[in-house]
Write a protein that binds this ligand. Structure first.
Ligand SMILES: [Zn+2]
Length: 352
């Protein structure tokens, strides 16, 4: 190749590279200026929009819609325009606050079916511009098992599942033994003299944290009982049978296989405030009040609440706490139902 040819090839290559670079630079500049102008137009439309324009109402804020047990629910939604009254089946809108261009409405939903309800709420301004807001709300179908109907005993479904049901009608097999049981005392969980705190691995850290936070608040607390085997529960039941007789004993101690202690996710907690005793007065100790206020934040629920004996099958036990995880525990608290009803519902259990 001659020197002239080499120079020509080099020149062509340079021109080609230069044109590519210019093209790239041009694209970058144009695209970035386009996205800048897009941001500008967004910023403009974020200003309060007045009735009479062609913009649908914009949603400025909305409550998270929680699951319900009843057929109705309500939540708040804030828009940038006043809405025309909704005349739809299934929901209504009520203006509850107007503040500098922000309109807050209470949306009331009715006739919710059991299971998942999907619906669209029409947010319409007075010019007729509509913003269709899609939402989904769960209505838990709680079975009516506790109306005194005769029932039979079935095996607990998936005993290892954290949300399994163990009660008077769902029992654990005598051979069931949680595989991941550990001695909580070795993890620094305070154990009452003569008691024990065997729990499953997922329970250790939340339990330890809950008890250490209670203690940091100056509250005395100890675990008196965690996991109980089928045989140990049999002994506890026999003890109560000796004291109060066979029929009444079931109210104080579960029959073997029917105790949540057999799950390894449940503990009884004692405090020095009432001399480490279990009685109704427990609820008024600082520990009793603290647990009712805070236990759900660590994933624990009171399995046998006051006044719900017909559902739970057991007397009020403010010292008996079961670990279900923070999501379930918080949801049960929001719904205001017993853990028993909640667990039957999410496990879709029959009233066998
Ligand atoms: Zn207990």
């Amino acid at each position: 190749m001659r020197r002239d040819d080499i120079a020509t090839v080099l020149m062509i290559a340079m021109v080609w590279i230069l044109s590519l670079s210019i093209g790239y630079l041009y694209q970058t500049l144009v695209i970035s200026s386009r996205s800048t102008s897009a941001q500008t137009s967004d910023a403009v439309s974020a200003l309060p929009v007045q009735t009479g324009d062609n913009q649908p109402p914009r949603i400025l804020g909305i409550d998270e819609v929680q699951p319900v047990v009843s057929t109705s629910a309500s939540f708040k939604i804030a828009t940038d325009e006043e809405l025309s009254p909704a005349d739809s089946d299934g929901y209504s809108l009520e203006l509850i606050e107007e503040d500098s261009g922000q309109y807050t409405y209470l949306v009331k939903l009715d006739n919710l079916a059991p299971g998942q309800n999907r619906m669209a709420i029409s947010l319409s301004d007075y010019t007729g511009n509509v913003n269709q807001h899609q939402l989904s709300i769960d209505r838990l179908a709680v079975p009516e098992c506790w109306d005194g109907r005769p029932r039979t005993i079935a095996s607990a479904v998936f005993p290892h599942a954290i949300d399994t049901v163990v009660d008077k009608y769902y029992k654990l097999d005598s051979s069931y033994y949680p595989a991941d049981l550990v001695n909580g005392a070795y993890s620094g969980i305070p154990v009452y003299h003569g008691g024990s705190a065997y729990v499953r691995v997922p329970v250790v850290q939340p339990l330890k944290q809950m008890l250490s936070d209670a203690r940091a608040a100056g509250i005395s607390v100890y675990v008196s009982s965690g996991f109980r085997s089928y045989a140990a529960q049999g002994r506890a039941h026999n003890y109560w049978t000796g004291l109060v007789g066979g029929g009444a004993a079931n109210y104080f101690a579960a029959l073997p296989g029917h105790s949540e202690h057999h799950l390894g996710t449940t503990v009884d907690l004692l405090t020095s405030e009432n001399g480490y005793t279990i009685s109704e007065a427990y609820e008024n100790t600082r520990l009793g009040r603290w647990l009712q206020e805070n236990a759900h934040k660590y994933g624990f629920v009171m399995s046998y609440p006051k006044g719900k004996e017909a559902i739970t099958g057991y007397k009020y036990e403010p010292w008996h706490w079961r670990y279900l995880g923070i999501d379930h525990a918080s949801r049960i608290r929001e719904l205001g139902i017993t853990p028993t009803e909640y667990l039957y519902s999410i496990n879709k259990l029959a009233c066998n």
